[in-house]
Design a protein around this ligand. Structure first.
Ligand code: GRF
Length: 213
């Protein structure tokens, strides 16, 4: 049984998708938030999952916060740590401590649109396709080995809200898929490439055609 700790900062819909996937061989040991009022905490608690808050505003600097966060995480001895809408930049020491077992979901087709406000920036750039990426976390922000991506069309008349909703629906598909592959020991890191073993696993999901989106 693999033990998983999920970190959130807010709504937690991606965490919820992973919990609801009930991945065989995986146990969600805890959900930890850096914000006391994160909506996702209530869902996790209602599922009987241990929850904790490590409030970043209570710490003098990033290093102190990351040390407290790591202590909370390590008390569950996780095999995998999942950043699911966790909105804090982590120190290099923290990232190194979890090397190879720390994954994140980023709402763009990396390496395009690292950082914040990805949907707005995609609309402004006039790209025809957009999407989301699950990747291993490395010290460089939003740059680690890519495990899976989902592609969605950008449609005429899209607003930031409509594009966000289209991408989010795909996030809820690919994040549990990435976790499942890792739990099944099918993902290995080869330099900056994450290789998924097993037939018929292209590591990409295409959203339904525009008419039905
Ligand atoms: C997701 O879009 C994720 O890609 C981004 O933050 C959002 C979190 O949403 N990092 P939720 O809290 O999982 O609902």
């Amino acid at each position: 049984m693999k033990s998983i700790v999920i970190l959130i900062s807010g709504r937690g819909s991606n965490m919820e998708a992973i919990v609801r996937a009930a991945i065989p061989g995986a146990r969600i040991a805890a959900v930890i938030s850096n914000r006391p009022n994160a909506g996702g905490l209530a869902f996790a608690a209602a599922q009987g999952i241990a929850t904790a808050v490590v409030d970043h505003t209570a710490y003098a600097d990033r290093a102190a916060f990351d040390a407290a966060l790591a202590e909370a995480i390590d008390s569950h001895a996780p095999d995998l740590v999942v950043l699911a809408g966790f909105m804090r930049v982590l120190t290099a020491d923290f990232v190194r401590h979890y090397e190879g077992r720390l994954i994140n979901i980023h709402p763009s087709l990396l390496p395009s649109f690292t950082g914040l406000h990805t949907h707005k920036r995609a609309l402004e750039a006039g790209v025809r396709v957009h999407g989301t990426t699950v990747h291993f976390v490395t010290a460089e922000l939003d740059c680690g080995p890519i495990i899976i991506q989902a592609v969605v069309p950008v449609m005429t008349g899209d607003t930031e809200e409509s594009l966000t909703a289209r991408v989010l629906a795909q996030e809820h598909r690919i994040f549990p898929q990435a976790v499942r592959w890792i739990v099944e020991d099918r993902v290995c890191i080869d330099g900056n490439i994450a290789r998924v073993s097993g037939a018929g696993e292209p590591g990409v999901m295409i959203s339904p055609p525009p008419e039905s989106v």
